[in-house]
Design a protein around this ligand. Sequence first.
Ligand code: FAD
Ligand code: 2HG
Ligand code: ZN
Length: 472
Amino acid sequence: MSQIFLDEVGKILSPQYILVNDQDKTPYLTDWRKRYTGKALAVLLPANAVEVAAIVKLCAKTNTAVVPQGGHTGFCGGATPDNSGKQVVLNLKRMNQIREIDVANQTISLEAGCILQSIQDKTAEQGFLFPLSLGAEGSCMIGGNLATNAGGTNVLRYGNTRDLCLGLEVVTAQGEIWNGMKGLRKDNTGYDLRDLFVGSEGTLGIITAAVMKLYPLPISQWTTLVATQDIASTIALLNLFQQRATSLLTGFEMMTHESLALNEKHFPNMANPLKGNPPYTILIELSDHESEAHVKQLLESILEEAFESGLISDAVIASNLSQANSFWHMREHITLAQAQEGANLKHDITIPLSSLDRFIQETDKLMRAKYPGIRIINFGHLGDGNLHYNIAPPEGSDFKAFNLANEKPVHELVYAQVELCNGSISAEHGVGQLKLDGLRAHKGEVAHELMKAVKRALDPQNILNPHKVVSI
Ligand code: FAD
Ligand code: 2HG
Ligand code: ZN
């Protein structure tokens, strides 16, 4: 069957876009974290939706599983094939055309393989903001962002990728092309197919193009780092900013002392400008279409109020764009510092803000009691209640051995606390293969069965990214 597939796919793609040699395939077979490595019959590089559709039709005919792939930066192993060597990887990087920027409609239509940063740059040239922003933006692709419903640092003001999407073009499991490329902000015509595909991680269809919302580019932006002593005052600070700055508040990110210490260890130029290594460093950003002076005045008045009420003990306002960027680099480098230190156990969770303090205190206590010396690297999009509660073994111990022995119980400990707080085990990174087992317990029987019913209805042969998100 494998040879039949390869012969037939040769009628759809030119040979240079069918990678079968180990050397050519290798870059596509291991995820960014190096947590998963798979094998593939071939890596396919189609140029348009018609080619994708023809490939999926062939997959259906030959019962070949297909793993869609964008920038391969996902954290849950969703874009990595299994070890059978029978699956094909379908990477969409050649599909990187912007079809249209519709100025009157404030939308962009584009192909799935467009790199996020290039979309931000292209839209900025025309005076628009494309607000999706995350550490992997130099290599992740809009198709991957949509398929994982990525979050990032602007969710507080602009929402997740789902909230930015108005229309999609999708290749179904039968190899049909669904044209849902409408840039409409209202469309109540029955079941929302678009929302079914967004966040489905390549298990229900292959996204080939999208229509996304654009916003006017803010003309003034102020970024500050402030020091807080605990989570309770950090949340009170967030609430103060929400009340006083309302929609001007575009970023509210939390970094613990431990996460910044790790940054400094691996990136010595990245020192925290706040004095005395505070327990929590909070990065706050206000942006608007009013004058710079107006926004700065507002920021200063909120910070003054926060000082007076004892919520913060120190603050530095970035004096120029380059200093503001350096604050953001500090925040974004935590993941890179962790990767340098060794593969950590990641938890991407949401907790209602009212329970966050209790969650952290309880989980830290249980974790430290069970694993003495463990390092908890805690940071995240606090404005969204989204915590990256990451775990590294005690200093000096072997990461691989620790993870092998403890990955499951560490996840179980964290997720049990997440359930007690009525939170979510995946805030923004998705499920992939990493959380396949955890998902069943987390969603509950009814929701899990409904998800499986949707998968069976759309992909009865189970050829689209099987054993990711749900197993049927
Ligand atoms: P891939 O990793 O290639 O794929 C992800 C999933 O989507 C897989 O299941 C794949 O099969 C599926 N898929 C990909 N393309 C398609 C398509 N066209 N059609 C159907 N299915 C498809 N994530 C956040 O949410 N917020 C963050 O702040 C954030 N920061 C990050 C920082 C760093 C340094 C890194 C490395 C990652 C970060 N991520 C973050 C995770 C990751 O970047 C996102 O999940 C991103 O959206 C994945 O895009 P990708 O193109 O790399 O997708
Ligand atoms: C971030 O917010 C990313 O920087 C990565 O989502 C989180 O490394 C992580 O766990
Ligand atoms: Zn994140």
